[in-house]
Design a protein around this ligand. Structure first.
Ligand SMILES: Cc1ncc(COP(=O)(O)O)c(C=O)c1O
Length: 459
């Protein structure tokens, strides 16, 4: 590649002329130009101007083993030379998806031993939706078809992903969602708990909304409930510990399948391989992608629980669904090596026993006290900082989201990449972060908060 022959200005001009970006206001982008990231190593990314930025988002919640892993490049290269592609249709298979499936069955919750591949989290959720509906048809209950999801959920950006998700702005542009999906309240105590309501009670009340939706439709009409263990794009909303066990109890009571979307939380982020293990629940489907390859290749794996898989096998008949790149040999080779690295370097244990607790303490002790911060929260290496105008009343700055963008811009200018969603700053760093990296991040975030506060006061 010869991009080095181009100046930043030239790359920005070509980008503006030809490249439409995801989730972007293109008029605004053309006014400011893209930030061009040209290389990365360990926990750092570098832009075309040579600025070194600590990547607090692991790319987009995915680069769990950090950047610059030669082993992953070598695994891809070796597989490309041996067999770059063959499909998994027509009773064919290739070795790497076979071995990856075995590995995933080994690390998944114990009720899961089958895998269906795609290339993105959105595709995997499409598969999950098709599969649970197909399951109930095979079980002779085709009317059990409704899916319950949650407001502010993010399940991807295809038509199915958007329909499952609960993002108003996305639904507005959809022009007709996949039918028979309803959205109930999210389990976000900071904004939704009643005065004096404990976290525990709020968690039970939020789970109770699932039961209300089941009863409204009639249990014989409800196929499944879907949720992210921790709502990610919606603002790292961590439910009270009472929430998930109660949701599982309700689903079992009414024979409703439980679908967990672990596209962000899978592969170590919460201090277990899967958040299902952190939460102590056994979902019927687990959607995973992103950190399965640490983002080095596009790959998703829908982990399918034994209940659904055994019906699929016992009843037979073709499941009319799949993708050209289902079980892509190169992506699966990279995933196998990536899981090997995570195991060898004990990254999951490190998050559970060391960096996760240290991260939580650092956010509490060094960030939570700032005047602009209403709340900090984290689970494993996933955290959020709520930006408020008034700590006591939780009043936000206007227009909504503008203060968080101010913080984010100062953070990036001071070598810290983090994301602003609404009024929430989000952190989801590579699992290779150490205590020192966490210290560095806290220093840079504190500085950004100070500078943002000065700006916001002037306004
Ligand atoms: C929980 C969740 N589900 C699904 C997706 C969609 O994944 P993809 O962008 O790979 O389609 C995302 C993406 O961030 C996600 O956070």
């Amino acid at each position: 590649m010869t991009y080095q022959n181009y100046s930043l200005k030239q790359l920005q001009q070509i980008d503006a002329a030809h490249h439409l970006h995801p989730f972007t206001d293109h008029r605004e982008l053309r006014e400011v130009g893209s930030r061009i990231i040209t290389r990365a190593n360990g926990p750092f990314i570098y832009d075309s101007e040579g600025a070194e930025i600590l990547d607090g988002m692991a790319g987009l919640w995915c680069v769990n083993v950090g950047y610059g892993r030669d082993e992953l490049a070598e695994a891809a290269y070796a597989q490309m030379k041996e067999l770059p592609y063959y499909n998994s249709f027509f009773k064919c298979s290739t070795p790497t998806p076979v071995l990856l499936s075995q590995k995933l069955a080994e690390i998944a919750p114990k009720n899961v031993s089958q895998v269906f591949y795609g290339s993105s989290g959105s595709e995997a959720n499409d598969t999950a939706l098709r599969l649970v509906r197909h399951y109930w048809v095979l079980e002779g209950k085709p009317e059990k078809n409704r899916i319950i999801s949650r407001k502010m959920a993010y399940h991807g950006s295809t038509v199915a992903g958007t329909s499952l998700g609960g993002m108003d702005a996305m639904h507005k542009q959809l022009g007709g969602a996949v039918p028979n999906i309803v959205h109930v309240m999210m389990p976000y105590a900071y904004e939704l708990a009643l005065p004096g309501e404990s976290d525990h009670d709020f968690g039970l009340r939020a789970a109770g909304a699932v039961e209300v939706a089941i009863l409204e439709a009639g249990a014989n009409k409800v196929a499944a409930f879907i949720g992210e263990p921790v709502m990610g794009a919606g603002g790292v909303k961590i439910p009270p510990v009472s929430y998930w066990p109660e949701v599982q109890r309700i689903c079992r009571k009414y024979d409703v399948l439980l679908m967990l979307d672990e596209v962000i939380t899978g592969y170590g982020r919460t201090g277990e391989w899967f958040a299902a293990q952190t939460l102590g629940i056994e979902p019927d489907t687990i959607t995973t992608a992103k950190a399965l390859t640490s983002g080095y290749q596009p790959l998703s794996a829908l982990l399918v629980g034994d209940r659904i898989a055994s019906t699929l096998v016992e009843k037979g008949g073709e499941f009319n669904h799949g993708y050209t790149y289902s079980g892509h040999p190169v992506a699966c080779a990279v995933a196998l090596k990536n899981l090997e690295i995570i195991e060898r370097e004990e990254l999951v244990d490190r998050v559970r026993n060391d960096t996760g607790p240290y991260f939580a303490k650092a956010l509490q002790e060094r960030i939570a006290g700032h005047d602009l911060v209403g709340e900090v929260r984290s689970i494993g290496l996933m955290g959020a900082i709520e930006i408020v105008k008034d700590k006591a009343t939780k009043e936000r700055f206007l227009p909504a989201g503008s203060a968080a963008v101010t913080v984010r811009d100062h953070a990036i200018a001071h070598g810290m990449m983090l994301r602003a969603t609404g009024d929430t700053m989000i952190l989801s760093p590579p699992l290779i972060w150490t205590r020192d990296t966490i210290d560095m991040a806290c220093e840079r975030i504190s500085k950004a908060l100070d500078l943002a506060q000065a700006d916001l006061r002037k306004r």
